[in-house]
Design a protein around this ligand. Structure first.
Ligand code: AMP
Ligand code: ZN
Length: 493
């Protein structure tokens, strides 16, 4: 295995607010933890974007020759409806509404999550632990935090004492919040809480008699708090201090802030060297979110069966679209954006598919080694995939110029160009080499367009039986026609 970890990677560390050179704790090894999904509903494209960013980072670090242990959990208990520690457990609520077992909810949406990740060509993480599989570790951690004086028990629940912690530590250092401001800005939730202070958060929650997901503990039957799960699972597999912790920007506070506090309270040290936060995906200018319903599920985008987009898009086109912006920027998912990415993606694939037909020359008029290092420089600069893609398009230009005889490349440089473009496009960006012809979208579109035209002619001749027959038979074949003011479009189910 070739090692490239002489490449100097810089990571934007959310904790310090700076780009820093990446230096792993154990040379040649990387420990990376990313908060996984709460499996109470289908993942939306916003969730996919965050996991895709870390999939690309995992791929790049592996490519550099690091032995990466990538842990991404499944939250299958303990995540309350309100992230600020109130309301019903999301999974229990879903099970109650659908009158099924909580573990049926967990199974259904874990399977959905894995199917979606396979569709988008994700690499599996090294370990995918579940919260319910680590109850013992969580109970041990709570006991230690109580022993160290930073948590208290009330009526069968255990809370983290944020005020006590803040006397000797700095609560809020990741999200740059001050406890005094939090006190000022927190509204007391109907005064019913057992907590000493509203800023305290649950490490363990007492299970009411009707609560199905429950485990015995020194404090009675209950279930763990969401923040605690990630502390238990990350440190079990990566150690009390590890290299990289990632998640979406919305998890910085309170979730990740609480993870830092828990680890400092239990183990006396901050758990993570580099905190990384992926920015949010928006849908037509509004943050994509399950709670507001402003979401599009991957299946709906892949089939074209949704109210937002004019057509179906291939998984690699969506992946390409996401990689065209930095993981740290807000990204707005729009039809125009996807159409532009689709064009760019197929242009890149067409060029890559030309590579084997290029003629080698005795000399090179382009420096491929310099170009190759520019690709590395882009990824070394906090995984800047849009800049990398700009360099890949530079290579598309080279390929076309060599084809036209305007520029020349030797056999060795052609091989280097081919190897490098393949590595960055497929191994690191995770795209798959589909051409329009292979994906069949071109031919199918042309055929459906003919049928749409025949239907219009039938309507013009008042032959409504025929026009309805065309529409219905296409629907039976899984192709829906949509009549709009600008004509008829179609989607594939
Ligand atoms: P959840 O299942 O709600 O815990 O979310 C799983 C992951 O998706 C977390 O890392 C979230 O931060 C992330 N996430 C949620 N909404 C979005 C969004 N609109 N854009 C990007 N990431 C998101
Ligand atoms: Zn987490």
């Amino acid at each position: 295995m070739q090692l490239f970890h002489d490449q100097q990677v810089k990571i934007y560390n959310s904790l310090t607010g700076k780009k820093e050179f990446f230096k792993p704790i154990n040379e040649g090894h990387v420990g990376m933890y990313v908060c996984g999904p709460t499996v109470y509903s289908n993942v939306h494209l916003g969730n996919v974007r965050t996991f895709m960013s870390f999939d690309m980072i995992f791929r790049y670090l592996k490519h550099l020759g690091y032995k990466v242990r990538y842990v991404r959990n499944i939250t299958d208990a303990g995540h309350l409806e309100n992230d600020a520690d109130a309301g019903e457990d999301k999974i229990t609520k879903k099970a109650r509404l659908e009158q099924i077992e909580p573990m049926e909810v967990v199974q259904r949406y874990t399977v959905d999550f894995h199917n979606i990740l396979n569709t988008f060509n994700f690499l599996p993480p090294s370990i995918e632990p579940t919260a319910t599989g680590h109850i013992i570790e969580q109970i041990e951690l709570i006991s230690t935090i109580i022993e160290n004086g930073f948590a208290y028990e009330v009526n069968g629940s255990v809370y983290f004492d944020v005020h006590k912690f803040n006397e000797t530590h700095e609560y809020g250092k990741l999200s740059k919040r001050k406890l005094d401001d939090l006190i000022h800005n927190t509204r007391e939730l109907d005064g019913q809480s057992d907590k000493k202070n509203p800023q305290d958060f649950a490490l363990w929650k007492k299970a009411e008699p009707q609560h199905i997901m429950r485990w015995p503990s020194p404090w009675g039957d209950g279930f763990p708090g969401w923040h605690l799960e990630c502390t238990a699972m990350s440190t079990k597999y990566l150690g009390d201090r590890f290299d990289i912790h990632g998640g979406g920007m919305d998890l910085k506070f309170p979730h990740h802030e609480c993870e830092i506090a828990q680890n400092e309270a239990a183990k006396g040290e901050s758990p993570v060297n580099y905190w990384m936060h992926a920015n949010m995906l928006e849908l037509n200018g509004q943050r994509m979110s399950k709670s507001t319903g402003n979401t599009v599920n991957p299946d709906e985008l892949l089939s074209g069966d949704n109210k937002f987009f004019s057509k179906a898009y291939a998984p690699s086109v969506i992946r390409f679209f996401i990689a065209q912006s930095s993981y740290r920027s807000v990204l707005d998912l729009t039809d125009d954006g996807l159409l532009a990415s689709e064009k760019g993606f197929f242009r890149l694939m067409d060029a890559i598919n030309q590579l084997d037909n290029l003629q080698a020359s005795k000399t090179s008029s382009i420096n491929i080694h310099t170009w190759k290092q520019l690709c590395y420089d882009a990824m070394n600069d906090d995984f800047n995939s849009p800049i990398l893609i700009a360099h890949l398009f530079e290579a598309v230009k080279y390929i076309n110029q060599v084809k036209e005889g305007v520029e020349t490349l030797t056999e060795a440089d052609l091989a280097l160009l081919k190897e490098t473009i393949n590595i960055f496009t497929f191994d690191i960006l995770g795209l798959e080499n589909v051409t329009k012809k292979e994906s069949g979208t071109d031919k199918l579109s042309a055929a459906v367009d003919i049928l749409i035209k025949l239907r219009q002619e039938a309507r013009a001749n008042k032959d409504f039986a025929l026009s309805d027959q065309i529409r219905d038979e296409l629907a039976n074949a899984g192709i829906q026609l949509k009549d709009g003011k600008d004509g008829t479009t179609f989607s594939i189910n």
